[in-house]
Ligand binder design. Sequence first.
Ligand code: AMP
Length: 213
Amino acid sequence: MNIILLGPPGAGKGTQARILEESRGMVQLSTGDMLRAARTSGTEMGKIVADVMDRGDLVTDEIVIGLIEEKLNGDHAGGFIFDGFPRTLAQADALGDLLAKHGTKLDAVIAMEVNDDALVSRITARSTCGACGEVYNDLTKPQPADGKCSNCGASDFRRRADDNEESLRQRLMEYYKKTSPLIGYYHAKGDLQWVPGLGEIDEVSAAIAEILG
Ligand code: AMP
């Protein structure tokens, strides 16, 4: 099964993708994580995208489609969760073509419904474990008092350079201008399903599980 998690920054796509990985053996493909990894390892591409990402703009379709294409060439028995991809209509068309080329297709597009005020407070409170990617939130799921990740025990908590109010405002603008048209696109294809993104993590994953069956 291949699904897209669609929603603005801070909607909880990454958190839900990790839950689906554990519960269903699916593989999360987050273009944001791939781009951050390219920056950390100092590749040419990482250098090109750094400023664009920190401003909250989208990187080019060509770059992110190339990243996804590479991953689709690997094993995909458990299916993929596309997280943060596609973000433009051109990326959505490319994804459809790539999946068809691999003899597979999208099974569902899950749109996570949230309001912007909640996004600002979620994002500015967010941190992750640098070792395993576990997501924390100062308000709802604080980092453990012993300074060790509850999932893997590492002590390497990080905050993203673009998780500040100015970048977030630009990321939201990019979302509404370029990504939200995908709601109509997938609705027209009959693939779109909504879940309320603002509930507790368990409630949201239960709603997703009900859709996926
Ligand atoms: P994310 O981790 O999904 O919030 O992505 C962080 C940043 O990476 C975004 O603000 C964009 O600059 C870039 N990015 C991630 N995925 C894409 C994509 N599919 N298309 C264009 N830019 C992307």
